[in-house]
Design a protein around this ligand. Structure first.
Ligand SMILES: Cc1ncc(COP(=O)(O)O)c(C=O)c1O
Length: 289
C-alpha cells in the first residue's frame, strides 16, 4: 500500500521522516480524518476547512496540498492503489511544521511543512450500535485550544486507554463538572426531547459529524441546545450518544457502570443513525482532476 509523503507516492514501509521533524520532536502539527464511502470523501468541504483553519491557528505555512481538489486527487490515487474504491475506508492527512534544528521557536521562514497522507480500510461498528456502547468518565486535563485538531493527542490517548482497560468504548471527558466531549468523539444527550451538547468553543473539537448531526436534527424537527450537560445531570438524561467520523452516531447505554436512559438505544439516537447513514450513502464519488 502506498502513502503520500511530501509530493511523492511511496510504499508505506519505505516512507520515512527525519528525527528532527517538528511533529516528532514537539507534536507540532495538525491532522484530519475523512470517512470514505465508495471512493467519495464524506463532508469533504468541512474537513478541508477545518484543516486550513488549523494551519492558520498554529501559523503553519500552508502547503499547496491543502486544497479541496488536491486532497481529492490524493485520496483517489491512494484509494485506487489500495483497492479501496468500493466499500468503506478512512483518509488521514497530517501536516507538521517541517524539519529544522530543535528550537522551541519556529524554524526559519521558508522551512517546508511535512505533508503525509494515507488511506486505511474501515468497518463501521454496526453491531455495537444496536446494543449500545459503554463509556467511563475521565477528567479533561487538556489545554485550552481543543478546537484545533493538533497531533498532540496524549491526553486523549491516555483517556481512551483508561476506557479500554475498563472494557468501555470511549472516555467521556469532564472539566469543571461538565461533559466536554469524548477522547475522539463529541458527546450529545437528549433531555426532555431536546439534544444538549457542549458549545463549539475552545474546550472541544467542533466535530464534522457533530455539525452534520445538528443539521439532521433540525431537519427532523428535534430541538437542539448547545449547552453542556453537567456530570450531575448525566445520570438522569433520556439518551446519550457519541458522534464522530469513525463512530457515526453511537448510543451510550452505560457510563461508569451506571445505566443511562432505558439501557438501550433511544428513539432520537436511532432516528439520527438512520439519517446520518442516508446522508453518507449520498456521498459523491471523488473526481481525479
Ligand atoms: C477530540 C475529538 N472530538 C471530537 C471528534 C469528532 O470529530 P469528527 O466528527 O470531525 O470526526 C474527534 C475526532 O477525531 C476528536 O478527536
Amino acid at each position: 500500500m502506498s502513502v503520500y509523503l511530501n509530493g511523492s507516492y511511496v510504499p508505506r514501509e519505505s516512507a520515512t521522516v527525519s528525527v528532527l521533524d517538528r511533529g516528532f520532536v514537539f507534536g507540532d502539527g495538525i491532522y484530519e480524518v475523512w470517512r470514505v464511502v465508495r471512493g467519495g470523501l464524506f463532508e469533504h468541504e468541512r474537513h478541508v476547512r477545518r484543516l486550513v483553519e488549523g494551519a492558520e491557528a498554529l501559523r503553519l505555512t500552508r502547503p499547496a496540498e491543502l486544497s479541496r481538489r488536491a486532497l481529492e486527487t490524493m485520496a483517489a490515487r491512494l484509494l485506487a492503489d489500495a483497492g479501496l474504491q468500493a466499500g468503506e475506508a478512512t483518509f488521514y492527512v497530517q501536516v507538521t511544521r517541517g524539519v529544522a534544528p530543535r528550537t522551541h521557536h519556529f524554524p526559519p521562514e521558508g522551512t517546508p511543512p511535512t505533508v503525509f497522507a494515507m488511506v486505511n480500510p474501515f468497518s463501521p461498528p454496526e453491531a455495537l450500535r444496536v446494543s449500545g456502547a459503554t463509556a467511563v468518565t475521565v477528567p479533561d486535563v487538556r489545554w485550552h485550544r481543543c478546537n484545533v485538531k493538533t497531533i498532540q493527542l496524549l491526553p486523549n490517548a491516555m483517556a481512551k486507554q483508561q476506557a479500554q482497560e475498563r472494557g468501555a468504548l470511549e472516555a467521556v471527558l469532564v472539566r469543571d463538572g461538565v461533559v466536554t466531549e469524548g477522547s475522539h468523539t463529541n458527546v450529545m444527550a437528549v433531555v426532555g426531547g431536546t439534544i444538549r451538547t457542549h458549545p463549539a468553543n475552545e474546550l472541544i473539537l467542533a466535530g464534522v459529524t457533530r455539525a452534520v448531526v445538528l443539521e439532521l436534527a433540525a431537519e427532523l424537527g428535534i430541538a437542539v441546545e448547545e449547552r453542556p450537560v453537567t456530570l450531575d445531570e448525566l445520570w438522569g438524561v433520556d439518551e446519550l450518544f457519541l458522534t464522530g467520523t469513525t463512530t457515526d452516531v453511537m448510543p451510550l447505554v452505560r457510563v461508569d457502570d451506571r445505566v443511562i436512559g432505558g439501557g438501550t438505544s433511544g428513539p432520537v439516537s436511532r432516528a439520527l443513525i438512520a439519517a446520518l447513514h442516508a446522508r453518507m450513502d449520498a456521498t459523491p464519488v471523488s473526481k481525479i482532476e
